[in-house]
Design a protein around this ligand. Structure first.
Ligand code: PAF
Length: 281
């Protein structure tokens, strides 16, 4: 497995692979890899000849009061896991290698990124879309694999690819949970044992909501969302948002909505967790 640290080196590698007729699969990550990331790598290996994993804690998607400095990092372990899982190349630039000191061009999505995490984390999706566009240009993927865990992010990226005509297939792989139901996230490591137990209310309440909505359909939605909020608070969490939206538009569901997306964000201690569940109506 090769490790590249500069934009020029990874782009040269990617262009050479393309000239050799290889299909490139990209898995963009911020490192501290877990089983969720590895499921994306496995999917990329099914879809491409060459798999590039980017490991970059992207400063432009963190707000000034967020956890950029303490975001978990373990580059050696990440590289070992990538090598064990058949990754062809890791791209791990420094912020200086990714951004010119006077960089001034951004990619801004203006619909899907407005609510939910976009409303709570101003500038977050501008940073995500910009870095992902740069990663696409640097790694020249035929396919890029994202996780359903970050459902809003996946929709924003799909829209960017559509609207800016990137010739890239966006594959969204299922959310991966631990045995106890907690959605896998690099941020889970911040949770104390007690907070982690309390946080299981997230998946539990989403599953209960899914069952209720399947039975009673959209008319039950307001009650279901209120029940999720109540259960999170009862478990000692602090609700950031709980919403039920059309899974394609992220707008309130209408009679035409076929899939509803239940999305939530909540704090346990200082740790902000997100989770979601698709409900077929
Ligand atoms: O999902 C993530 O880890 C990040 O938002 C991404 C897509 C790697 C961009 O920095």
């Amino acid at each position: 497995m090769e490790i590249f640290k500069t934009a020029a080196a990874i782009q040269g590698f990617a262009l050479e692979q393309k000239r050799g007729g290889k299909r490139i699969g990209l898995v963009p990550t911020m490192g501290y890899l877990h089983e969720g990331h590895l499921s994306l790598v496995r999917r990329a290996r099914e879809l491409a000849d060459v798999v590039i994993v980017s490991i970059f804690v992207n400063p432009t998607q963190f707000g000034p009061t967020e956890d950029l400095a303490k975001y978990p990092r373990d580059f050696e372990r990440d590289c070992r896991l990538c090598a064990e899982h058949g990754v062809t190349a890791v791209f791990a630039p420094t912020p200086e290698a990714m951004y010119y000191p006077d960089h001034s061009v951004w990619v801004v999505e203006e619909q899907l990124s407005q609510g939910l995490c976009g409303a709570r984390r101003p500038g977050h999706f501008r940073g995500v879309a910009t870095v992902v566009a740069k990663l696409f240009n640097l790694t020249q993927p035929d396919v890029a694999v994202f996780g359903q865990k970050d459902a809003q992010q996946a929709l924003v990226i799909r829209r960017m690819v559509r609207d800016l005509n990137f010739p890239i297939r966006i594959e969204v792989a299922p959310l991966v949970r631990d045995g106890d139901g907690l959605a896998l996230s690099s941020r889970n490591r911040y949770l104390s044992e007690e907070e982690r137990k309390r946080a299981l209310v997230l998946s539990r309440s989403l599953w209960a909501a899914q069952a209720a909505l399947r039975e009673r359909k959209l008319e039950a939605l307001d009650g279901v969302l209120a029940a999720i909020r109540y259960e999170i608070e009862q478990a000692g969490g602090r609700v950031d948002y709980v919403e039920g939206l059309d899974s394609e538009t992220l707008q309130p569901p209408t009679a035409g909505t076929r899939k509803l997306l239940l999305l939530l964000a909540a704090y346990f201690g200082n740790t902000r967790l997100i989770d979601n569940q698709v409900v077929e109506l």
